[in-house]
Design a protein around this ligand. Structure first.
Ligand code: ADP
Length: 423
């Protein structure tokens, strides 16, 4: 810039404090009604990077950006022409380096020296815009966050509703299952009661059949021919079979309805073993089976109903005899430790045909019998193991089985051990 100050200012307005205007902390530009620039101060020239000669005498639109120019033509210029003034109008000016500069403009159109001149004061709004931009950004961000929060709240509400629905559904299923369980339990009780009554009613006439058959066999009602004798023996066998079946059904019904009473005492196993041997050894001998008993040295005593314990073991040993071919071996093993603290185990092991894996649990269901190929239909009702397991559980123990087809089976009865004497 000229060291003597901008000559166009001083020249245009003698006596006008041009140097002061040049140093003003805002831009100043004046144009006539023809829109040609009359005056411009150094502050604005410096800010925009123009030399005075590039602006003065030229159309004022030269310092506007393209959108700024449109705005000048459609708003600012008509405003000052119509109203003589414009206040705080935002204009976009174009600096010499191509960047745009936002400024606030106050303009006044007034007559001077016989012509109209519009004086404009321009204040850059860079700082203010920065804050406005920051504020705008913050506002947008807050709005976005708010929207996200609202969406999340909605999502949560949806999830809450879904969970509630699931909980309702689960509750409904639980209630249904409970109802079904109650119905099944009631049906089972009714069935057991029916069986108990029927079995009882059947036993009386069956006992009469047995009694009269025996009487006939003795010849008390007159001589019996050989054929008649054979027929009577068949009747007696069938009667015994039927009576056994009915007794089993009655037993199971009693066990299932919980009508069995247990008289639990300390039962020394040595006594039970001796009792069993007397009952089972004739059957073993008839089938040439070897019978071995393995028991600990000291006395082992369990808490059980003695009669029911014998019933269970007799059932296990009879099955072992039934399902083990001649020449096989049957072992009764008693151990103080059943793997569960405080329990003793009584195992009946045979070298018989075994039970397939998928039938191991089923044999404890009532009326289930495994038909093995090569073996004919077996005697029995399929109730013995169901009754035995129920009795074992009724005495606080359990009855389980392991087996290998063709090798043998092992049935394990666990029962609580008696407390050591003096304890
Ligand atoms: P039952 O002996 O009257 O048929 P159980 O309830 O005592 O009734 O036994 C059910 C079924 O389990 C038997 O029919 C048989 O198929 C199988 N089973 C039981 N014990 C043995 C065994 N020791 N070896 C092989 N199969 C056995």
């Amino acid at each position: 810039m000229d060291a003597n100050g901008p000559p166009w200012v001083a020249a245009a307005r003698p006596g006008f404090p041009g140097a002061l205007l040049d140093r003003a902390p805002c831009g100043y530009i004046a144009f006539g009604d023809d829109a040609l620039v009359r005056l411009v101060n150094a502050t604005l020239l410096d800010r925009l990077g123009y030399a005075a000669g590039e602006i003065v005498g030229r159309h004022v639109e030269a310092i506007f950006t393209v959108p700024g120019r449109i705005f000048f033509q459609t708003h600012l210029f008509p405003l000052v022409m119509l109203h003589g003034a414009a206040q705080e109008v935002f204009v976009l000016l174009r600096a010499n380096d191509g960047t745009s500069v936002g400024m606030l403009c106050n303009a006044v159109r007034q007559a001077r020296d016989g012509a109209f001149v519009t004086d404009c004061v321009l204040v850059e709004v860079r700082e203010r815009r920065k804050y406005e931009d920051a504020l705008l950004l913050a506002k947008r961000e807050a709005e976005r966050t708010n929207r996200t929060l609202e969406e999340q709240a909605l999502e949560l509400e949806l999830q809450h509703q879904q969970l509630q629905d699931q909980a309702d559904e689960l509750e409904r299923q639980r209630a249904e299952a409970e109802e079904a369980r109650n119905a099944a339990a009631a049906a089972n009780r009714a069935k057991s009661e029916f069986l108990a009554v029927m079995s009882h009613e059947l036993r009386t006439p069956l006992n009469a059949i047995g009694g009269y058959t025996q009487l006939l066999e003795t010849g008390i009602y007159g001589p019996v021919t050989t054929e008649q004798g054979e027929a009577l023996r068949r009747i007696a066998r069938s009667q015994r079979h039927l009576l056994g079946l009915i007794n089993d059904v009655l037993n199971l019904a009693r066990v299932e309805t919980g009508r069995v009473e247990y008289s639990i005492t300390d039962v020394p196993l040595s006594e039970v073993i001796a009792e069993l041997a007397a009952m089972i050894e004739p059957q073993m001998a008839a089938k040439q089976l070897t019978y071995a008993v393995i028991a600990p040295h000291g006395e082992l005593t369990v808490r059980a109903d003695r009669e029911k314990l014998v019933q269970i073991l007799l059932n296990l040993l009879s099955n072992a005899v039934k399902f083990t071919p001649p020449g096989g071996r049957i072992t009764l093993r008693c151990t103080a430790a059943a793997g569960v603290p405080g329990m003793a185990a009584l195992e009946v092991e045979d070298t018989g045909r075994g039970i397939p894996d998928d039938k191991l649990e089923a044999v404890f269901e009532p009326f289930v019998q495994v038909r093995a190929s090569g073996f004919g239909a077996t005697e029995g009702t399929g109730l013995g193991l169901a009754i035995s397991r129920n009795l074992a559980r009724g005495m606080g123990g359990d009855l389980t089985a392991t087996s290998t087809v063709g090798v043998g089976s092992r049935f394990v009865l666990t029962l609580p051990r008696s407390a050591p004497r003096g304890a």
